[in-house]
Design a protein around this ligand. Structure first.
Ligand code: AMP
Ligand code: MG
Length: 339
């Protein structure tokens, strides 16, 4: 059985000593819960892959608690990266840079680059500081499942794994960090998140945005993008249309499903979860992954999801929604219903 650590001084100390001893600790960050190990200990890191069932070619992000540590872990850092981390760290931006030799190949999954992030969540920062090492941590879900955004979801996935889980409440953002490839200028978004291409371009002049359609071909650069991700256990369908049109489809077909809709949908069903208003993807992002897990335990053979506005963080939310629907997307009322 996994053990539970409280998010107090004592719990942070215990978490840090587990990390130092080469064991795994799941803890909250402002994005999602992470499953952490000493990022300089290849064997400890290997255990993350085992526990999650994560494909070995999907690299991990190193979490630090001091901006200057980036220089200890990466080389050939372009000047613009310092501007980015001055503005966005601590926060939900991961920079991918040329890795120094001290970084175990298990963290990099064989690449010559490493992803680095400085989280803002106080519990995460205290654990990193107290352990004195960078912490390698992917999202704390079993591979393929939605990322955990609260303690209960995290513990549920990992309770049989004989690790420690920190009871740290709900995460603020609810979807994972922006992953930004910074080996050239302009940098390029490999995974969209709360920090957008526009935010970055405003600061440093240019940024290549994430392209949903190119993501699969680009898999060697962004290994995480090629795998099934964020999936509920039930088949999931995404309605990429305005709520009014989606309502028409739903009233016409009335499938036996659980519905994850927006406040602007008028379709009524007792198996309905409302995330936020259509034009509030920030709030919807906070709640989406938990809603998928909840929908698995509600009636119906299917989960039907309403898409949100793609402004700001909406682009990242749409990316998670498409992946959770395994590409089952309806864009038009006239399309055949995809069972
Ligand atoms: P997760 O922590 O589970 O959200 O996954 C981390 C994401 O960051 C995955 O999509 C990885 O492919 C990506 N990532 C981490 N390190 C690198 C790297 N060195 N190069 C490219 N992508 C990376
Ligand atoms: Mg993940």
């Amino acid at each position: 059985m996994s053990s539970i650590l409280e998010a107090d001084e004592e719990g942070v100390k215990l978490a840090a000593s587990e990390i130092k001893a080469g064991r795994l600790v799941a803890f909250p960050t402002e994005t999602v819960y992470g499953l952490g190990a000493n990022g300089l200990n290849g064997e400890a890191v290997l255990n993350i892959f085992k526990v999650k069932g994560r494909p070995s070619d999907n690299p991990l992000i190193l979490h630090i608690a001091n901006k200057n540590d980036v220089k200890l872990l990466a080389s050939d850092i372009p000047e613009y990266v310092y501007e980015l981390i001055d503005k966005f760290w601590p926060g939900p931006l991961t920079v991918v840079l040329k890795a120094k030799d001290i970084i175990p190949k298990e963290v990099r999954a064989g690449l010559d680059t490493v992803g680095i992030r400085f989280p803002v969540n106080k519990i995460a920062r205290d654990i990193i500081k107290s352990s004195g090492v960078p912490i390698a941590a992917p999202s704390a879900n079993i591979s393929g499942r939605p990322s955990p955004t609260n303690f209960e979801d995290c513990y549920n996935d990992l309770k049989d794994k004989d690790i420690s889980v920190v009871r740290g409440g709900s995460t603020d953002i609810g979807i994972e960090s922006t992953v930004l490839l910074c080996t050239d200028y302009p940098p390029r978004i490999l995974r969209p998140g709360k920090v957008t291409a526009e935010d970055i371009a405003k600061l440093i002049g240019a940024c290549d945005d994430f392209m949903e359609s190119e993501a699969v071909e680009e898999a060697p650069r962004s290994p995480g993008q090629k795998y099934g991700h964020y999936m509920a256990k039930k088949k999931t369908i995404l309605l990429d249309m305005l709520p009014g049109l989606a309502d028409e489809v739903l009233y016409k077909i009335n499938p036996n499903a659980t519905f994850i809709l927006s406040r602007d949908n008028r379709f009524e069903d007792e198996n309905k979860i409302v995330l936020a208003k259509y034009d509030d993807p920030l709030e919807a992002s906070k709640r989406y992954f938990h809603a998928l897990r909840k929908a698995d335990n509600m009636p119906g053979e299917l989960i039907v999801v309403q898409a949100y506005s793609k402004e700001g963080i909406g682009k990242a939310l749409f990316n998670r929604m498409i992946k959770s629907a395994s590409g089952n997307v309806m864009e038009d009322v006239d399309e055949d219903w995809i069972w």
